[in-house]
Design a protein around this ligand. Structure first.
Ligand code: HEC
Length: 269
């Protein structure tokens, strides 16, 4: 009995050390709990060492049951990991390939001048496109398929292809994973966020840009709680270039499908 007491006391001391140590190192509470859990399991193991022998199998049968135990564990973990819905390696591979795909814009990722030039080019393209869309009537433009907007928006004689900018906008939608929270064309939006198919009827390119750069600037009607909690990430201003934001906003502004109940954005700032 005394021996067990000593083990429990040591276990408690280790658990306390892990709890406060990990807290001091800035681990999130869930990790602190996990570490304490490990200490508890460890203590239990040491206590079990003192337990009286059971009359279980010995020799080969014992070895076989240990092997079977591990086999079942491996199968269980393997199956759970491959059925896990959040992570599809093929999906990720496609995205990475897209990021690395040099076919369209062959550039050396280590050559900063090259990259800067390309970013400037795209920036310019996106700006021109935004102006053109504005010239077309921006948010008052009639309901037209996005493809049509893009192609009629290309004035004769310019070398810039606005289809390119549209493609870039759509690519940003994928790369920034806006689809995680927003349904568009009937796809995505597993986490709750408004469906955006009619956003072009409410917001101009500039206003959509503002919403992406500062999610608190507009609030979707009926999403007060989500807006309050800041569900839409406030990180895009840090991870996207101005050109990328413009292209994404311009692309989204072509969505004017009035049969979808996109909530009305309310200006907050
Ligand atoms: C983690 C979830 C999440 C992600 C990712 C996200 N949003 Fe949102 N977004 C929301 C939520 C929730 C709202 C509604 C509350 C609000 O207005 O802030 C919203 C609102 C919006 C609105 C206003 C809709 C309306 O009808 O008023 C736009 C436009 C928008 N998001 C665009 C984007 C774009 C573009 C991206 C990708 C760059 C993106 N969002 C990424 C959660 C998200």
């Amino acid at each position: 009995m005394g021996k067990a007491m000593v083990k429990i006391v040591v276990g408690l001391a280790v658990a306390a050390g892990l709890w406060f140590g990990s807290m001091a190192m800035g681990f999130p509470p869930v990790f602190q709990g996990m570490f304490v859990g490990f200490a508890a399991v460890g203590t239990l193991m040491f206590l079990l060492l003192d337990a009286p022998r059971t009359s279980g199998p010995s020799g080969w049968p014992a070895a076989m049951s240990v092997a079977a135990f591990y086999l079942i564990l491996c199968l269980g973990y393997g199956a759970a990991a491959s059925l896990w819905p959040q992570f599809d390696p093929e999906d990720e591979r496609e995205k990475i390939a897209k990021l690395l795909d040099g076919k369209e814009n062959p550039l050396d990722p280590w050559n900063t001048a090259d990259v800067t030039k390309r970013i400037q080019e795209l920036d310019e393209k996106a700006k021109m496109l935004a102006e053109r869309i504005q010239a077309l009537g921006g948010d008052q433009a009639p309901v037209v398929a996005q493809k049509t907007v893009a192609s009629t928006a290309t004035p004769v004689g310019t070398s810039v292809n606005s289809d390119d900018a549209m493609k870039m906008g759509e690519e940003q939608w994928q790369l920034q994973e806006c689809y995680n929270c927003h349904k568009l064309r009937g796809e995505g939006g597993k986490k709750r966020g408004p469906e955006l198919d009619n956003i072009g009827s409410y917001l101009t390119v500039e206003e959509i840009k503002q919403k992406i750069l500062d999610p608190k600037s507009f609030m979707a009607e009926g999403f007060e709680k989500e807006w309050e909690k800041g569900r839409m990430p406030d990180k895009f201003k840090d991870v996207m270039s101005d050109g990328e934001v413009t292209a994404l906003a311009a692309w989204l502004s072509t969505f004017k499908n009035t049969s979808v109940a996109t909530p009305k954005p309310i200006k907050m700032k």
